[in-house]
Write a protein that binds this ligand. Structure first.
Ligand code: GRF
Length: 202
């Protein structure tokens, strides 16, 4: 069976990348194949996860390029060389321009650790998202997988899952619960859905 070739973009620990690798191994992403890991820095632990699983990886640092345009051209070139058809942003901290996102319409997905449209957009990344949820006092948060377009966290929603906030939660505790109960479950499911759709469309 043909599989959609996927690149996972990372910047940090890569637990979501790990969830995807594990799901693929369990046969839960039959329509997709993680063919490349692209990291925004060379210290990302996600690179070790890629190496341990024999997945090709590449580091592309924004600072190594004179402009956003040249940086993105380089990434496009790498994606093209590796026949990549779909991109998953899994904790990718480098910004992508509208030029880039519109070049891959409905082919880039992102995971965000809240129920969009709450606690999303500019400034809402990492622990800040969970700090804001606790500060507001919401009783339910969660994770969202969405398509990526020019609006930060504003593309069409693919899947969402709610997670309860408990008495005494710290941002760190909540972050971990959102990952365990929502992100690591949701992302592989959404990736399979999109990979499957792209197979049909091709
Ligand atoms: C996750 O919380 C994800 O939702 C957000 O960045 C974090 C990445 O964590 N976009 P990891 O690198 O996958 O462990």
């Amino acid at each position: 069976m043909l599989k959609t070739k996927i690149a996972v973009f990372v910047s940090g620990g890569g637990t979501n990348l790990q969830a995807l690798i594990d799901a693929e191994k369990r046969g839960e992403i039959p329509n997709g194949e993680i063919a490349l890991v692209l990291a925004s820095n060379d210290t990302a632990y996600a690179l070790t996860r890629a190496a341990e699983n024999n997945i090709k990886s590449v580091v592309v640092k924004r600072k190594a390029f004179p402009s956003q345009e040249v940086y993105e051209e380089k990434m496009k070139e790498i994606l093209n060389e590796n026949s990549i058809e779909m991109i998953v942003l899994a904790g990718f901290m480098s910004l992508l321009s509208e030029d880039f996102t519109s070049f891959y319409p409905k082919r880039i997905v992102n995971i965000h650790p809240s129920l969009i449209p709450s606690f999303c957009g500019k400034g809402f990344y990492g622990l800040h998202v969970h700090e804001a949820a606790l500060e507001y006092g919401v009783k339910v948060t969660g994770a969202t997988v969405h398509y990526v377009n020019e609006i930060p966290d504003g593309g069409e929603i693919i899947l969402q899952k709610a997670v309860e906030i408990l008495e005494g939660d710290t941002p760190e505790v909540l972050q971990r619960r959102v990952m365990e109960e929502a992100e690591w479950v949701l992302l592989p499911k959404a990736v399979e859905m999109v990979a499957k759709k792209l197979q049909k469309g091709n």
